[in-house]
Design a protein around this ligand. Structure first.
Ligand SMILES: [Fe+2]
Length: 283
């Protein structure tokens, strides 16, 4: 799906059934004067937290752009598991046997039909740069890609046919410049980023002073109530504790550098790219 978008843009991943975090993000967007038509979610509206159907309805009511995550693909098909890409026998895979059936049992047929109709990718042009929004990798929806994986990012970016890829799925925010291209993962709003704080993350893309500016931002929200809701629904596994501590229940999916950064407060990033004169003139 190709869109015509006007800056600034707000981009975010993984609401993960966390209704309170989604509400806080919408308030932040309103405060920034950013409309739903300038906002993009990279998928996984439903996952670990307490209110899958309510969160789906809330994001539909908001009306921002959403692409399909692996969770939407699986729930749309009423599949048996999340297809997150966790290795069998790991803690993440064991936890998914708890939260995925919980979510799957609560999704309305209306919401499943909406999920089935979501695009797998969005493309747009902004500031002379070509963008592609994907969930995980450019070819594999559940590929985990972290900022330390430079060669994997290089290969993905070369395959993308664009200047910038906006990706989600992995749960950790990062902006990686690789050659003349960029991978921008704005993080997720449904779970903390394993940095020992309960904050969640989103990203902004602005045009300022002849440059395209990419930035990542913390979002504080009522995480105590989000964890309490998981207890109230009888769905309090390791992720309920993560909402409070900011530490993931398992580090299975993390490469060594991100694993070593567990509990270290993540600093927001800002990267500016000059608008290519030739393309800006043509736009
Ligand atoms: Fe995902």
């Amino acid at each position: 799906m190709h869109l015509d978008l006007s800056p600034p843009l707000l981009v975010f991943g993984g609401p993960y059934s966390n209704l309170r975090a989604l509400a806080a993000l919408r308030e932040r967007a309103d405060a920034l004067g950013i409309s739903a038509s300038q906002t993009i979610c990279t998928g996984d509206v439903v996952a670990y937290c307490a209110e899958p159907e309510e969160t789906t309805q809330a994001i539909r009511t908001w009306g921002c752009h959403v692409i399909a995550g692996n969770c939407e693909e699986q729930l749309a098909a009423s599949a048996d598991d999340c297809a997150c890409g966790f290795d069998e026998g790991t803690e993440c895979a064991a936890l998914a046997k708890g939260w995925y059936p919980f979510a799957n049992a609560r999704m309305s047929s209306h919401s499943r039909r909406w999920m089935a109709a979501l695009p797998q990718a969005i493309t747009f042009t902004l500031g002379g740069l070509r963008f592609r929004v994907v969930h995980g990798g450019t070819r594999i929806i559940n590929r985990f890609l972290f900022g330390s994986q430079r060669e994997a990012l290089r290969e993905e970016l070369e395959n993308s046919g664009t200047d910038v890829v906006i990706g989600g799925h992995c749960g950790v925010p990062f902006i990686a410049e690789v050659g003349s291209r960029m991978w921008f993962n704005p993080g997720v709003i449904g779970m903390p980023a394993n940095d020992g704080t309960p904050d969640v993350w989103y990203g902004l893309i602005r045009i300022t002073g002849g440059q395209v500016e990419f930035s990542t931002h913390r979002l504080s929200y009522d995480h105590t109530s989000a964890a309490a809701a998981m207890h109230r629904f009888g769905h309090a596994d390791g992720y309920a504790q993560t909402l409070l501590t900011g530490l993931w229940p398992s580090l299975d999916v993390l490469p060594s550098p991100e694993r070593a950064a567990t509990g270290q407060r993540i600093a927001p990033q800002t990267v500016r790219v000059a608008i290519p004169a030739s393309r800006a003139a043509a736009e």
